[in-house]
Design a protein around this ligand. Sequence first.
Ligand code: FES
Length: 165
Amino acid sequence: MSESTVFCTCTHSEKSTKYSEIEKVIELYRDKEGSLIQILHLAQEIYGHLPLELQQFIASSLDIPLSEVSGVITFYSFFSTKPRGEHTIRVCLGTACYVRGGKKIIERLSEILGVGLGETTKDGRFTFEIARCIGACGLAPAMMIDNVVYKQVNVNKLESILAQY
Ligand code: FES
């Protein structure tokens, strides 16, 4: 089963509307230098992520090999081939946070969310990732949900933090 079949929850008409928006973006940028990254950015904004089927569509529209498109997506961490959750949780595993229990935070969050690192919860609410220092070392361990930083986190605070979302 292909990646897009597993993860895409769009209806057929939502999907074709998104594809036609992406087609317009491709037309707009096709002859500009460095356009592939720009196109991928906008395509991800429109579609939410960049599944294989969409990568193939972009490659054939631009008349370039699929490997070129996939290579760029793999290289840059801000591109995602899987749908992202409504909120992104990033637990810091920089040195200060690691030493002060960051790993325990990850283990407990993984239990609560029912997913591992790099995954999105089944209800689509949270994507769970790690970060390498988020600038709160003095109050480690720290984590972020979207743009909000939580300092001196401990495993007992996690459920009440998540309940705010
Ligand atoms: S190491 Fe975690 S905030 Fe700096």
